[in-house]
Structure formats: structure tokens, C-alpha cells
Design a protein around this ligand. Structure first.
Ligand code: CS2
Length: 492
């Protein structure tokens, strides 16, 4: 097995594709905060393609790890040792996987080791964009869309001379840039949120205003926060996956990534300090991302969540295995056709119906062993983002709420971490409060509808829904998800 570092770039062509540009001529124009697998399978890949163009080589990436834990520390170490290189294995459903080495991350910093250094890196005039993937729940926004200044992590951060949250790091860097006359950078959210740019603007400007009102006003006036829709299914990489991927690539990569072959990025074209010509490599720029976001979040992400909780309870752990169940397919087809799609407006050039068909194919892709535990994680943040609009819309038109009731009942039951046969699975709910857990465990099944994830959906004020949910939840608890799903599939 070959060691993976920049020495491989001068080796003869093999079946693993190498970056086809002189990497040493690439300079950094974008800093990315919180470098997860998704970023390395998506934005970094678009940029890797673009760097082939000589006039775009100022758009290399600086990756910045921000979360302080052992996994992130190990990733930083590996990215450092590998000179920022990693293998990406792209897996089409029916042809051989393709392996490439991605070269667009030319520098990697680990902020917990040097907070001031990471902030200073963002003040480099050559950095024109700070992008981020901090997860749906990472924006610290409440159910009314307000940034929570009273969250303990924010209260602490506002008092630090050298801030540690992403909000603090970006605010502090923008302060230095303003004072030195360097000018702003664009803040580009790449998370699965509706109006992710608008949410980022609220989060960053509220934080900045609390730190320094004048700076807050400068940021509001000068920094742009484009909305963007991002898409590529990218599983987590387990220790077994590392062995499997490395054996196939022939490289000793400590942080390989694998993903589906589908990729999409639609961005609002509002960059305050210039941008790469990403339209050359398939990124779509538009003045209105909203219809694209709505379709993606309310169809793909919502279906993912609709599948993940019942499927875990039914004993599945992997997405494509759950998609072998005819009942699961019928359920998700019904969700799309009867609940999600009728409430959506097609974005230009997209047929909602075809988009739905393609989704099912993507979910079925046997080469993507996507973990249901990954998809289920942080449901407290994801369900309001992915499902609330559909639930409200179906409720408002007096539609069939059985699938929504089933989904919420399965989500609540999944918090117990055991499936219907008593087998355990991992539950990751970092944004669920103690109060939420008490409501989920209340002897009255309907109290779960008062959990903060469902606040404002109007569910507990609708007596017919409360009755349906009570019945569905009791069914899920006593007969199991599989049996209740069967009854849902039958005509009313
Ligand atoms: C998934 C997403 O975690 C989730 O909830 O639905 O990570 C999904 O795989 C991506 O958004 C696909 O673009």
C-alpha cells in the first residue's frame, strides 16, 4: 500500500485519478469551517475540478477543524500528514466505483490547538469566502428563528478575548479586517437548512451585535450570506470502511471518503468579495434558491428521516437494506405523492415527479451503505427543518396525517435506543433538552407533541391529530413499527 502525501502527485497515472493541475501553484481563497465528510465529497470536489483552470487557482481551500474531540483531532493529524490529500470513492448504483485523490484542500488548521492562529488565518486579504458546514442544529436558532444569546456556550464565548465558537471566530476576523481596511468576506453556509444564508446572517449578526454593536452594523451592511442548496449523500466512514476503501485504492489513507455519484449545488449569486467561476464545473447560480431548497429538504431529507426512525425500529441499520422492503417503498412513495409533493412548487427545469423517482433510486443504491443512525441523528434539529412545513400544510388542508403521526411516534420511540426486537442502536440527540426527554417519557403519549422539536407546528392544538397520534404511538409501542406501517399502507 502506498503512503498518501504530496509525493504521489508526481507518480505515473494509475486507476486512481490524481489532481490534474500543478497543486503548488494553488493559493487559498476560501476557508472552510468544520470539515466533515460531506464537505470533502461536495464543495472540495467542485473546487478540485475548477482548479484545472489556470485562472482559478486562487480558490484553494483552507480547512479548519473547530470541534474539539478525539475524532476531529485525529482527522486534523491525518490531513496534516497527508498534505491535505485524501481519496474519494464515488459509487454509482450499477457500475464500478471511481477513486480519485482530491487536492483542493491545500492547508488544514485545527482551531482548538491555536484559536488565535485560526482567526488570524481568516484575516488574510486573499480569503474572500468563509464557508461552513456546522450541521442543522449548529446555528443556535430557536423555533421562532431567533439566535439564542442566552445559550451557555454563547454567553461564555461573548466574554472571551479569543472566541471559540464559529460565530466568535468569524466576528473577530471581520473586526480585524474592518479595522485594517481589508474588507469583508462572504459567509457561505453549506448546511441543510431552509434559507441557510438568511439563518447564517441572523446568527452571525446577532452574535456580532452582542459583542460590539458598531461591528454588528458593519457586518450587516457589508458581509453577504448567500442562500444555497447542497446535495450529495455521503455516509460516515467507519473503521471497516477505511480498511475496505484503502484496500481498493491502494493508498494508506486515514481519512478516506465515499459517496454517491449524484451531486448538486445551487447558490444565490451574492458574493461581496468575488467568487470562483463554479458555473464552469456544474454549480448553478440563481437569484432565488428557495424552490430548490424546498424541494430538496422536503423531499430528500424529509424522506430520509421518514425512513430512518421506523426502519431502525424494524431492525434495519443501513438505508439500502431498508429500501428492499416493499412496505417501506410504498410508504415513502405515498409520503412523497400525497404529503410532500402537492405542497411544492417545481424549481425551473425540475420535474417534481421525476425528482421523486430519482430519490428512490438514490436511496436504493447498494454501493452506498448509508447508516440509518447517521440519518436519524439530531432529529430534534432535523425534523423541524425537513418536516414542519409539510406537516403544517397537510394539517391545514385537512389531509391524511397518518404518515406524519407514524413518523413522530417512531422518532419518539427511537429515543429509547432499542428496536422492536430489543436490539440496541446508537441515538445521537445533542439538541434534545431534559424537558424534552421528560415529555417523551410522559405516560400520556400525546405529551410528546409538546417537545421543542414540534413547538409551533400546531399539532397539539388539533384534537383529531392528538387522537390519531395517541393511537399510532400506542400501536408502535405495543405492536411494533412494522405492523403499524402495514395498517398505514391500507386504504383508509
Ligand atoms: C441526511 C443528509 O443527515 C441527513 O439528514 O438526509 O445528510 C443527506 O444525506 C444529505 O443532505 C444529502 O445531500
Amino acid at each position: 500500500m502506498s503512503k498518501l502525501d504530496k509525493s504521489v502527485l508526481s507518480t505515473p497515472p494509475s486507476r486512481v485519478a490524481l489532481p490534474s493541475y500543478p497543486r503548488e501553484t494553488v493559493t487559498a481563497g476560501i476557508a472552510h469551517l468544520s470539515v466533515g465528510n460531506f464537505h470533502r465529497a461536495h464543495q472540495a470536489v467542485y473546487l478540485d475540478r475548477l482548479l484545472r483552470d489556470e485562472d482559478q487557482r486562487q480558490w484553494g481551500l483552507v480547512g479548519i477543524g473547530v470541534v474539539d474531540n478525539a475524532t476531529e483531532r485525529a482527522k486534523a493529524q491525518a490531513m496534516h500528514e497527508q498534505d491535505g490529500l485524501y481519496t474519494l470513492t464515488t459509487c454509482p448504483p450499477d457500475t464500478e466505483p471511481q477513486v480519485q485523490i482530491v487536492g483542493s484542500i491545500i492547508e488544514y488548521l485545527f482551531a482548538p490547538d491555536d484559536r488565535a492562529g485560526a482567526i488570524a488565518r481568516l484575516t488574510d486579504p486573499a480569503i474572500k469566502i468563509v464557508s461552513l458546514t456546522v450541521t442543522e442544529g449548529g446555528y443556535n436558532i430557536d423555533e421562532h428563528g431567533r439566535f439564542m444569546l442566552d445559550a451557555p456556550a454563547i454567553v461564555d464565548d461573548l466574554q472571551r478575548a479569543v472566541p471559540e465558537t464559529v460565530f466568535g471566530m468569524v466576528t473577530e476576523a471581520l473586526r480585524v479586517r474592518r479595522d485594517k481596511g481589508v474588507g469583508p468576506f462572504t459567509v457561505l453556509s453549506c448546511d441543510n437548512l431552509r434559507h441557510n444564508g438568511r439563518v447564517a446572517r441572523t446568527a452571525f449578526t446577532t452574535y456580532a451585535n452582542a459583542r460590539d454593536a458598531e461591528l454588528g452594523a458593519w457586518i450587516e451592511a457589508n458581509v453577504s450570506f448567500p442562500n444555497a442548496m447542497v446535495d450529495r449523500i455521503t455516509p460516515a466512514t467507519s473503521a471497516d470502511d477505511v480498511l475496505r476503501l484503502d484496500a481498493a485504492s491502494g493508498f494508506e489513507d486515514h481519512v478516506p471518503v465515499f459517496c454517491e455519484d449524484f451531486i448538486q449545488w445551487v447558490i444565490e449569486d451574492t458574493f461581496c468579495a468575488g467568487r470562483p467561476a463554479l458555473e464552469r464545473v456544474g454549480v448553478q447560480f440563481t437569484s432565488d434558491v428557495d424552490p430548490y431548497e424546498q424541494v430538496k429538504l422536503r423531499m430528500l431529507n424529509a424522506s430520509h428521516s421518514m425512513i430512518a426512525y421506523p426502519a431502525l425500529l424494524m431492525g434495519y441499520r443501513i438505508m439500502c437494506d431498508a429500501m428492499r422492503s416493499d412496505d417501506m417503498i410504498a410508504y415513502i412513495e405515498q409520503f412523497l405523492a400525497y404529503d410532500a409533493e402537492p405542497l411544492l412548487t417545481a424549481p425551473p427545469g425540475i420535474s417534481i415527479n421525476e425528482y421523486g423517482h430519482l430519490l428512490l433510486q438514490r436511496f436504493r443504491n447498494p454501493a452506498i451503505q448509508d447508516q440509518l443512525e447517521r440519518i436519524a441523528s439530531d432529529g430534534a434539529s432535523k425534523l423541524p427543518t425537513f418536516l414542519r412545513d409539510t406537516a403544517e400544510g397537510v394539517l391545514a388542508k385537512g389531509g391524511d396525517m397518518r404518515r406524519i403521526a407514524f413518523e413522530i411516534a417512531c422518532f419518539v420511540r427511537h429515543l429509547g435506543g432499542k428496536d422492536d426486537s430489543g436490539e440496541s442502536f446508537r441515538v445521537t440527540e445533542p439538541h434534545l433538552s431534559d424537558e424534552d426527554r421528560v415529555l417523551a417519557a410522559d405516560p400520556d403519549p400525546a405529551r410528546a407533541l409538546e417537545m421543542s422539536a414540534f413547538a409551533g407546528w400546531g399539532l397539539s392544538d388539533a384534537p383529531a391529530f392528538v387522537e390519531l397520534f395517541t393511537k399510532t404511538r400506542s400501536g408502535v409501542e405495543t405492536q411494533g413499527a412494522r405492523a403499524v406501517l402495514k395498517t398505514i399502507l391500507q386504504a383508509r
